[in-house]
Ligand binder design. Sequence first.
Ligand SMILES: Cc1ncc(COP(=O)(O)O)c(C=O)c1O
Length: 388
Amino acid sequence: MKEWSVEEFNILQSPGSLQSEIPEAFTEAGAYSPGRFHKQIDGYEKTPLVSLGHLAEQWGVKAVYVKDESGRFSLNAFKGLGGSYAMFRIICEILDLDPEKTSLKDLTGDRYKKRISDIDFVTCTDGNHGRGVSWAAGIFGCKAHIYMPCGSREVRAEAIRNAGPAEVEITDLSYDDTVRYAREMSEKKGWILIQDTSWDGYEKIPAWIIQGYMTMASEAAEDLDALGVQPTHIFLQAGVGSMAGGVLAYFVDHYKNKKPVAAIVEPVVADCVYQSAKAGEIRSVEGAPTTVMEGLNCGTPCKIIWPILRDLAEFYISGPDEMAIEGKKTYAAGLAGDTKVNSGESGSSTLGAAQRIITVASFTEVKQAMRIDENSVLLFFNTEGNTD
Ligand SMILES: Cc1ncc(COP(=O)(O)O)c(C=O)c1O
């Protein structure tokens, strides 16, 4: 294991211990059912895979691709993919329906309307997950109760209310404590906890959420295959790591033996995946830190996806807020006629991290360790559009 501290960045290289196989749910085959479900939602459109040719030229790499999630279902972020698919699976289970044979139309027709309207979901969110859950509750015709950690801004709560029927409350608790509170409320009130992370005994629902995120990976892989290109490097931002792990597992399975170099990017104040990778086991970051990368401000990695992050990622990058701000500026600038990408700070964090590593001399050793050169094809996920 090698570690660098450059400027305000900490970067860890781990050879990956390959202690486990990719669970079936997170393989390419596991993404089929969520993809089928998402395509049935009104307004579904594949999000664009943008090629930033001039940026690639400036960086001295072969290509830079960005899967741009800012327009996903008009929710400004990829997150609705996870909550909606998990809610679909839960509702099918409650109604004793086979999810492979049940369409969204079946569920939203008169037959099940009353029973679905009696279902209450509850979750904690720092914004995007809650917005997705609220939106999906509107599609299914059920209820949702959403708790946000202290420091969450009212505009974010309002965006959740505007997306669907959810009731939203900002608590005075940290993110992890708000998750515990949502869990307590689910036990007390009989509401169904739909949380985008997992812990001992809470695994099935987050696995469905992760599978939902994999639609993003399968769409990107389809577009890359059509272009006849394969990414050599994938940069993935992590809060609890559910998204990064699901997408990474998909790509490793899709490309079989030609595994891309994967880098996980986090804010330095909430780098729980980095700290876990360093320790070789799950570690939490304590306290209630603040960062402009609000979607990545999480203290404990998702338990079921942690083995994927540990075994299949090679680099863990923990960086300051400026990383995301620089990435956002680069996306927005549209170098020399490149498509301008609308990003929020959680979305732009990965591009900002790569920009430092590739263009700043003090990072040369890291760039070499990452094997970034003129043959590299870099893939990024702009997981959200501009926030507030
Ligand atoms: C925009 C955005 N990007 C990335 C993430 C990270 O996802 P995860 O918490 O699964 O690591 C989030 C999480 O909320 C997010 O909102």
